[in-house]
Design a protein around this ligand. Structure first.
Ligand SMILES: [Zn+2]
Ligand SMILES: [Zn+2]
Length: 226
């Protein structure tokens, strides 16, 4: 087995459990050198609402804006920093469309989602245009066997690039989503929203707003990177 990212050899270090029960063997798909390039978001120096790395454990400026804009609070967990290695990974996975790369994080991301014990798991959808070119939803691609409720769909064809806008403009874009399917199923439920990358939070706040309108009791969110 070669590393999915650098194609170098992957040396599997077997645990005692794996030696005794080979059935429990989980083959690594990435070498340790590549694995080390990804930076887990852990520790106290993060915003408690969005996991942004910073000097203190207070709300970051963006989350303070969100709290003024909405009557509810969204607590977000991100597993990894969106650093150079993660950007490169996302580029290969999403834009070069290498679906094999889902295997790099699927087990870990799925485990983190199961830990949340949400009653309903809602993935952020891709637009029809993205689906036509990429051929898969990069969010659901990162999950293994999670029961999903895909009750969101894009209202507009394609959103404009976020990178050209100021922070204020990015926080005030119109609602890009509409509810599809049996929205009543959300009434009184604890909902987990799943995205691949958290940038400003704009996408997730729009989505959470709709889910609360549909009667969700509580909405939290998770992403692979931030
Ligand atoms: Zn490697
Ligand atoms: Zn924050």
């Amino acid at each position: 087995m070669n590393c999915l990212l650098c194609n170098g050899p992957v040396a599997a270090k077997l645990t005692i459990r794996e030696l005794i029960w080979p059935g429990s063997l989980v083959m690594p798909v990435v070498c340790s050198k590549c694995r080390q390039q990804f930076m887990p978001l852990e520790g106290e120096q993060r915003c408690p609402a969005c996991c942004r790395l910073q000097d203190a454990s207070q709300l970051c400026p963006e989350c303070r804006c969100w709290r003024q804009m909405y009557s509810w609070k969204l607590t977000h967990q991100a597993l990894y920093c969106y650093n150079t290695a993660m950007k490169e990974f996302m580029h290969q996975y999403k834009f070069a469309g290498d679906y094999r790369l889902r295997a790099v994080f699927a087990a870990e991301f799925t485990a983190a989602i199961r830990q949340k014990r949400a009653e309903v798991v809602v993935p952020i959808p891709v637009t029809q245009a993205t689906m036509a070119t990429r051929g898969f939803n990069q969010v659901t691609g990162l999950l293994d066997g999670v029961k999903l409720t895909p009750c969101l769909q894009h209202r507009t064809l394609e959103k404009t690039a976020q990178s050209h806008k100021s922070r204020r403009e990015r926080l005030q874009t119109p609602q890009p989503f509409a509810l599809s399917g049996p929205a009543a199923d959300l009434a009184g439920k604890r909902v987990l929203l799943v995205d691949d990358v958290y940038t400003t939070g704009r996408t997730l706040y729009h989505a959470a707003d709709l889910l609360y309108q549909a009667g969700a009791a509580n909405v939290i969110s998770i992403s692979l990177a931030r």
